[in-house]
Design a protein around this ligand. Structure first.
Ligand SMILES: Cc1cc2nc3c(=O)[nH]c(=O)nc-3n(C[C@H](O)[C@H](O)[C@H](O)COP(=O)(O)O)c2cc1C
Length: 176
């Protein structure tokens, strides 16, 4: 059954190297997946040509030129992995790249947005992060952070916990 259009927003953290897992899961459940990526995710983690082939659509990280393909309206948005940087900037209203501008707009429009951070315990314990998570939740965004959802790992262990990243839980959470 077709579920509609899913924007998969990818930031520059470890699980981005496995984003094909999320794409394939979502496609298997009927979503048409469009990837939006931060410039840092493109620089450090993504093979955009491969991802475009997998999704059937170009990966968007900058504003389209007038002859580029327009994005269809999203039925849901999944931000995974979400970095400390993007979460804090988004919550603070900063829109200095394409992804943040999209998130700012979509939040304002009340779109269905699920966020799954990938941060270590040091970043997570910074009070700025808790404040940002609270602000996003207040704005109606579903943030999978806390016991039974994404739980931060000790610093310098991110590479060892990639298998635990809750891709399926993220997808299930879209139906909130
Ligand atoms: C190898 C590497 C691993 C990183 N891992 C994380 C991470 O797990 N979580 C995080 O929030 N930032 C992580 N960062 C830092 C972000 O990539 C950095 O803050 C970047 O500016 C985020 O940009 P974005 O939010 O626009 O994607 C990592 C950076 C590198 C180079």
């Amino acid at each position: 059954m077709s579920q509609g259009v899913l924007y998969l927003v990818v930031c520059a953290a470890g699980p981005a190297s496995r984003i094909d897992i999320m794409v394939e899961l979502a496609q298997s459940q009927g979503w048409s997946v469009y990837c939006l990526a931060t410039p840092a995710a493109v620089e450090h983690y993504l093979d955009v040509a491969e991802l475009a082939t997998l999704t059937g659509h170009p990966v968007r990280s900058i504003y389209r030129t007038s002859d580029g393909e327009a994005l269809p309206r999203a039925d849901a948005i999944l931000v995974a992995p979400a970095t400390y940087n993007t979460i804090n900037k988004w919550a603070a209203g900063i829109a200095d790249n394409y992804v943040l501008t999209q998130l700012a707009e979509l939040t304002g429009l009340g779109a269905r947005i699920v966020v799954v951070p990938f941060v270590n315990q040091g970043l997570a314990a910074n009070s700025v992060f808790a404040r940002s998570i609270g602000q996003l939740r207040q704005a109606g965004v579903r943030v999978l952070f806390g016991p039974g959802e994404f739980e931060p790992h000790p610093p310098c262990t991110g590479g060892r916990v990639l298998d635990d990243y809750p891709w399926q839980q993220a997808l299930d959470a879209i139906h909130f």
